[in-house]
Design a protein around this ligand. Structure first.
Ligand SMILES: *[C@@H]1O[C@H](CO)[C@@H](O)[C@H](O)[C@H]1NC(C)=O
Ligand SMILES: *[C@@H]1O[C@H](CO)[C@@H](O)[C@H](O)[C@H]1NC(C)=O
Ligand SMILES: *[C@@H]1O[C@H](CO)[C@@H](O)[C@H](O)[C@H]1NC(C)=O
Ligand SMILES: *[C@@H]1O[C@H](CO)[C@@H](O)[C@H](O)[C@H]1NC(C)=O
Ligand SMILES: *[C@@H]1O[C@H](CO)[C@@H](O)[C@H](O)[C@H]1NC(C)=O
Ligand SMILES: *[C@@H]1O[C@H](CO)[C@@H](O)[C@H](O)[C@H]1NC(C)=O
Ligand SMILES: *[C@@H]1O[C@H](CO)[C@@H](O)[C@H](O)[C@H]1NC(C)=O
Ligand SMILES: *[C@@H]1O[C@H](CO)[C@@H](O)[C@H](O)[C@H]1NC(C)=O
Ligand SMILES: *[C@@H]1O[C@H](CO)[C@@H](O)[C@H](O)[C@H]1NC(C)=O
Ligand SMILES: *[C@@H]1O[C@H](CO)[C@@H](O)[C@H](O)[C@H]1NC(C)=O
Length: 464
């Protein structure tokens, strides 16, 4: 998840390779690239013929899907949805007997000094998601505690949405941003692990939640104490043991999930993925924040590219949703336990030269759009997109849009990009989508008369 006040720039230092270091290589490779380019141009005619000849040819297929999805998207965002929203929530009630995908939506409790907008619990549509994960509780003295005692009122209100939609599940997420903080304490001995697991599950059960989500960012990161990763698995084992061995039928139904990292280095250092797979009900893959403005990487980039661009290599080719989701599978997490993350927020940048406005364009800081710290909601994006002098671009390698206006530059997700992600999840038979978060979707209808347009688009595709 996002840290609420500012991004910890240090956290990203290790993730970003200093791009200027590669400059001499780029110059040296320029000649070769030029040569390859000439060869490519010569081959192009042949490739187009080839593509036409074989219908299965990947690029061609992708292009066809793209066209279809584009039409679908246009349909789903115009009259149809408007009609639906006029009928209120109930019109969106899915046929629960055919639900096989999860739509797991984070709801961030509103409190002052948060970057997430206040979203009244009464405005949350109980049929949009299969799961709502309420964030965020904290660990204090080895026990689970609400951030603010008044949060329990909002917990109750979200849980009460189950009275309207009985198949909705509501989980509570407990968050910690340090590998040396409260979570580190809790996993550091068997006694503390047992104590926390028991305390947290009792809190969850007695409050009326259906499960617990652990959002520790991240175990053994960046300090690489691999016994901490081991101990995190042991903590999950305590939870699984308590849930499985309970005599209480309701207790045995409690769900356990973990919000997990996408970057290769964190994935390999923080988790024992195969062991985790036997202990959790599902993981929520935080497949976003792949690029954002940082002092070590002060260039524009996509928050949540679905695929890599062909020009990317090395570590850069791993910074996309597909790479991370596939590697969670390759490293031992079953497909059906992975909820692939889709953001409803984006990032803003301030361009140094407004004529240099594509990917990797040098930036001097965060843009004006959003909270002033680079975080933009979909509604913020719409305000900029609505300006007639804003240029819109959809990159069909990354499968995400970006937009710019003067020196203002934003990366975000729109109905088309979330449609492509939802079909990616559906076609690959992942467990479902994780959406972060309801608060940053256009819940009050600034972009269009449709409320929660991005979440609704995903929901219609996966459980509609
Ligand atoms: C879009 O809607 C129109 C009218 O309802 C329908 O005829 C058409 O088949 C739809 N297209 C897609 C791709 O769903
Ligand atoms: C829900 O889907 C099932 C299976 O396709 C179908 O048999 C049932 O009639 C549907 N129920 C409603 C209310 O649409
Ligand atoms: C948050 O706090 C600031 C200053 O402390 C105050 O001006 C503002 O009204 C508060 N906002 C909410 C939503 O409570
Ligand atoms: C945690 O411990 C500190 C110091 O003993 C105490 O002040 C605080 O109230 C405790 N918090 C909880 C939630 O028990
Ligand atoms: C807790 O919430 C109450 C009511 O919303 C607010 O007045 C108070 O400032 C909050 N406390 C903290 C520590 O955020
Ligand atoms: C992990 O737990 C063991 C006890 O099970 C403890 O000896 C060790 O210090 C812990 N390591 C960390 C980093 O928490
Ligand atoms: C779970 O909560 C229910 C309702 O509050 C309670 O009756 C039950 O005893 C609890 N189960 C356990 C194992 O704590
Ligand atoms: C816990 O129970 C579930 C469902 O009954 C079962 O599939 C799983 O293997 C059990 N896990 C452990 C670690 O006992
Ligand atoms: C998706 O990721 C897998 C595994 O890394 C890779 O083999 C595949 O080519 C990727 N798909 C696309 C379209 O980039
Ligand atoms: C978009 O622009 C129109 C015309 O300038 C204006 O009426 C409308 O309020 C704007 N909408 C948003 C979301 O900014």
């Amino acid at each position: 998840m996002l840290k609420e006040h500012s991004f910890d720039q240090n956290k990203y230092k290790k993730l970003n390779v200093n791009k200027t270091r590669y400059l001499p290589w780029f110059i040296a490779l320029f000649g070769i690239v030029l040569l390859v380019l000439i060869c490519q141009v010569l081959r192009l005619n042949w490739r187009i013929l080839d593509a036409l000849q074989y219908e299965e040819f990947n690029l061609n297929l992708k292009f066809k899907n793209y066209e279809e999805l584009h039409k679908l998207y246009k349909n789903s965002t115009s009259e149809n949805i408007i009609k639906e929203s006029n009928n209120g929530f109930i019109a969106g009630a899915p046929n629960s007997t055919v639900n096989s995908f999860r739509v797991v939506c984070y709801y961030v409790v509103s409190f002052n000094l948060t970057r997430f907008r206040q979203l009244a619990t009464s405005s949350v549509d109980p049929y949009l998601c299969t799961h709502i994960i309420v964030g965020f509780a904290i660990v204090e003295n080895g026990t689970l505690q609400p951030k603010n005692s008044s949060d329990t009122l909002e917990y109750r209100n979200i849980i009460n949405l189950k009275l309207i939609n009985p198949s909705l599940k509501v989980l509570l997420s407990v968050q910690d941003f340090s590998s040396k903080g409260e979570f580190a304490q809790v996993v550091s001995s068997e006694e503390l692990r047992k104590k926390f697991a028991l305390n947290a599950l009792n809190f969850i059960n007695t409050t009326g939640f259906d499960g617990l989500d652990l959002d520790w960012e991240f175990p053994a990161w960046p300090d690489a104490d691999l016994t901490q990763a081991r101990n995190f698995t042991l903590l999950l084992g305590e939870f699984r043991h308590l849930i499985n061995s309970s005599k209480d039928k309701n207790f045995r139904k409690l769900e356990l999930s973990v919000a997990v990292a996408s970057p290769l280095l964190i994935m390999s250092q923080s988790y024992e993925i195969e062991a985790m797979a036997g202990l959790v009900d599902f993981v929520n893959l935080m497949s976003y924040d792949f690029h954002l403005y940082t002092t070590v990487s002060p260039v524009t980039g996509a928050n949540a590219p679905l695929y890599q661009r062909k020009s990317e290599s090395g570590i850069f080719s791993t910074l996309n949703t597909n790479w991370s989701a596939m590697h969670w599978v390759l490293w031992g997490m079953p497909w059906f336990k992975i909820n692939v993350g889709i953001p409803t927020y984006g990032h803003s940048f301030r361009l140094i030269n407004s004529d240099n406005n594509g990917w990797n364009a040098p930036s001097s800081g965060f843009g004006r759009t959003g909270d002033g710290k680079g975080f933009i909601t979909y509604s913020d994006a719409c305000r900029l997109l609505n300006d007639t002098s804003t240029t819109h671009v959809f990159d069909d390698e990354y499968d995400v849009p970006y937009a710019y206006n003067g020196d203002e530059w934003i990366s975000y997700d729109n109905a088309l990009s979330v449609t492509l992600k939802a079909f990616y999840i559906k076609n690959s038979k992942f467990g479902g989508a994780m959406i972060f978060c309801l608060n940053s979707d256009d819940f009050d209808g600034i972009c269009s008369p449709v409320k929660f347009p991005l979440t609704r688009t995903i929901s219609n595709i996966l459980i509609g």
